[in-house]
Design a protein around this ligand. Structure first.
Ligand code: NAD
Length: 384
């Protein structure tokens, strides 16, 4: 079976789905691997390094897609201007694709239908359940870790202020004040990074467990006294709050948002639209030069004024709606993603003879299309 690793062609996407280390491991499992020439350019890995790991380098993307039985990608297939065709059309009938597809998002329904019509067996890396056995494959957590770290650095770069307390002959510069809303994977990494830089950090979450973890990283928790049964649901995950509770939360957050130099917004309930926790009025009350990093932008954002894909200014406040933050830290994002991908593929073919185990719980949860049918529950629900 030939695994194909194309170069990502989505604008500004520098990540790649395999690195030489994982190519070597695929070869050890008995796969053949082909890598498109310059696929590793964005992470500073040459074609020769892939060849030394055991891959064949193919210059022509069209040929790579046509010959591969299993294509590993980072982002969803898009239109390829060079070949004037969609990447889905470049996949051969009946082949397998593993990538981030976000199949429940309406923007991606067309791609899901194309994959179905092309008879592709497609798996989405965002469908991997957060269970212990799947931890090594959990690409969403990997990308959230990168995002939590990088979002703090991006905010720091937009500030005309120090982050740590600095003693000088003239006097003491006060440390920057951070507020992190949503202390999940992104939020906890953001807290840790802001603390390392010397910031003073507050955090808010509706799950008590998340608040305890935030506290253990040195954040001061902003208390929100919401009954546990309204905030936490099955499996310990957060529940979407009713509007009246969102309004109460906004009221509690308002003075903390106003006092913050940096607000990191990463509140989300899986499978839901992100709750709007920072209104336009709250943004106007902030000091000019402050920064809001709204990383929940793909689910609509936690801030009312966020514009997807843009860094804008409102009343002198910088509001960041940049998507694909992991793509801005491509070397380690690819290292994490490629390893998650390796463990996913290893599990998929664990029965040997390179026959996928479609009954595995992890595989089932992440399967999107198979034999001309859409199987992903989230996608089917959203398409109804
Ligand atoms: P997560 O599920 O680990 O964390 C989300 C947290 O939000 C949870 O702790 C939850 O309890 C909390 N939450 C839910 N409702 C809340 C509310 N009303 N108030 C306060 N907290 C609330 O998710 P994650 O992996 O940390 O991802 C967070 C967000 O970051 C998601 O929207 C994700 O898509 C986004 N993200 C963006 C990028 C990017 O490049 N922009 C990359 C990775 C993740």
């Amino acid at each position: 079976m030939l695994i194909g690793i194309p170069k990502e062609i989505l604008a500004e996407e520098k990540r790649v789905a395999a690195i030489p280390d994982t190519v070597r491991k695929f070869v050890d499992l008995g796969f053949n691997v082909a890598v498109e020439s310059k696929a590793g350019e964005g992470i500073l890995i040459s074609d020769e390094e892939y060849e030394m790991a055991g891959a064949t380098v193919i210059a022509d993307a069209d040929r790579l897609y046509a010959e591969s039985d299993l294509v590993l990608k980072v982002k969803q297939p898009v239109f390829n201007a060079q070949f004037e065709t969609h990447e889905v059309e470049m996949l051969h009938d009946g082949c397998t694709l593993i990538t981030f597809l976000h199949p429940a998002t309406p923007d991606n329904h067309e791609i899901v239908k194309r994959l179905r019509d092309k008879n592709v067996t497609a798996f989405t890396m965002d469908g991997i359940p957060r269970i212990s056995r799947a931890q090594r494959m959990d690409a969403l957590s990997s990308m959230s870790t990168v995002t939590g770290y990088k979002s703090v650095l991006m905010a720091a770069n937009h500030m005309a202020k120090f982050i740590p307390m600095i003693g000088t002959a003239i006097g003491t510069v006060k440390p920057a004040a951070f507020l992190v809303v949503g202390a999940g994977v992104v939020g906890l990494q953001a807290i840790a990074t802001a603390k390392r830089l010397g910031g003073v950090v507050k955090a808010m979450d509706i799950r008590k467990n998340a608040c305890t973890e935030a506290e253990s990283l040195g954040a001061k928790v902003v208390e929100f006294d919401i009954p546990e049964e309204l905030a936490v649901g099955a499996g310990g995950y957060a529940k979407a709050l009713e509007n009246e509770w969102i309004e109460i939360e906004q009221g509690i957050l308002a003075p903390h948002v106003e006092a913050a130099d940096v607000v990191i917004l990463s509140a989300l309930v899986p499978g839901e639209i992100a709750p709007v926790l920072v209104s336009g009025k709250m943004v106007s009350a902030m000091n000019p030069g402050s920064v809001i990093m709204d990383v929940s932008v793909d689910q609509g954002g936690n801030c009312e004024v966020t514009e997807p894909g843009r860094f804008i200014q409102r009343s002198g406040v910088n509001v960041c709606g940049i998507q694909n933050i992991p793509g801005r830290m491509a070397v380690h994002a690819s290292w994490l993603y490629a390893n998650n991908m390796y463990y996913y593929v290893e599990n998929l073919f664990k029965n040997g003879d390179q026959i996928p185990d479609l009954n595995d719980e992890i595989v089932k949860a992440s399967m999107v299309t198979h034999k001309g049918v859409i199987l992903h529950e989230g996608a089917l629900k959203a398409m109804r």
